[in-house]
Design a protein around this ligand. Structure first.
Ligand code: ZN
Length: 326
């Protein structure tokens, strides 16, 4: 029985130990489990955080890219707008140049039109040359022309554009004080404007006349008027009638050096053209230009003056006789 009792206790003790062991093991497991759980959770959180971070980064990157692309687009648009503007400006400049060139071309064509035949050459054998310079004054060519005329002691007539006279009043004074005649060639020289109505032409002539009076004094009267492009053709008839009624004398030309027939025409060709167009004429009104682009006109002038001198011509400025004669 004792044995039984002793072994029973032992068994109980062993059970107890086993229970305790199990308990310890259980607690340990729970602990380990917890820590693993925590670790796993933290890992998961970390992973999530990372994911979230990545996501954020991604989103930020996307934003940046969007912004950048937006900026790029803006820049592109800006560039495109600028380009368009530039192109528009270019086109406008081109248009302006084209218009200006067409204007010049139109002028050249008009000024190239047939020269009126001399009316009274058969009655008068006296040879007279009227040198005329249109479309000035210009800063470079006009002083060169004036120097040459001074050196050769020859007087000429300048049909000046009012707007250019305003800008170069000293040259107008020099022309006038050197004994040359100053004529009216409208204020604007704008064909579209002056030939769109008789009133426009008259007001443009008046405007030019007032500029010249402002420079040369109120007593000044221009020697004559010259139609831009000449008075040739039926279209100009109403304008001519009005000028006649108003007592405004105008004069065309019956010879030319051809300096309006192109750009920078070599001086030899200008002399040739002059010789050709003055053949057989005792009274010649010669169309030339002292506009800024007509540099070869000044170059050809000494030779032209020499030619007339050799042919026995006397040089005169445009006067009533010249107006009546042409
Ligand atoms: Zn002109």
């Amino acid at each position: 029985m004792r044995r039984k009792k002793g072994s029973g206790r032992k068994i109980e003790l062993t059970k107890m130990k086993l229970f305790l062991l199990c308990l310890v093991v259980f607690i340990m497991f729970v602990g380990i489990g917890r820590s693993i759980g925590e670790k796993l959770t933290s890992k998961a959180t970390n992973a999530e955080e990372k994911l979230a971070e990545n996501d954020l980064e991604k989103k930020e990157k996307e934003k940046e890219t969007k912004n950048n692309s937006g900026k790029t687009e803006e820049v592109r648009e800006d560039k495109a707008v600028k380009k368009e503007k530039h192109n528009e400006e270019k086109q406008e400049t081109k248009k302006d140049t084209e218009v200006a060139e067409k204007d010049v071309e139109a002028k050249e064509v008009k000024e190239e039109k047939p020269i009126d035949q001399e009316k009274n050459s058969s009655n008068d054998n006296k040879k007279v040359a009227y040198l005329t310079f249109d479309d000035g004054p210009s800063v470079v060519v006009t002083p060169q022309v004036l120097d040459i005329l001074d050196n050769c002691n020859v007087k000429a007539t300048f049909f000046v554009i009012g707007s250019l006279a305003e800008q170069n009043s000293d040259l107008i004074k020099r022309e006038y004080n050197s004994g040359h005649a100053v004529g009216n060639h409208t204020y604007s020289h704008n064909y579209k404007y002056i030939y769109s109505s008789v009133n426009n032409l008259l007001s443009d002539i008046d405007k030019c006349e007032n500029v010249l009076k402002g420079i040369l004094g109120n007593d000044f009267h221009s020697a004559a008027f010259r139609f831009p492009g000449g008075s040739f053709g039926q279209k100009k008839q109403p304008f001519k009638d009005v000028l006649k009624n108003k007592g405004i004398g105008y004069v065309d030309w019956n010879a030319l050096n051809g300096d309006a027939e192109g750009h920078n025409i070599p001086k030899d060709r200008l002399v040739q053209r002059l010789v050709q167009t003055t053949q057989g004429k005792n009274k010649v009104v010669i169309l030339m230009h002292d506009a800024g682009a007509k540099k070869t006109t000044a170059q050809a002038l000494p030779e032209i003056i020499n030619y007339f001198k050799k042919q026995g011509y006397e040089f005169k400025t445009i006067d009533q006789e010249a107006i009546n004669g042409f």
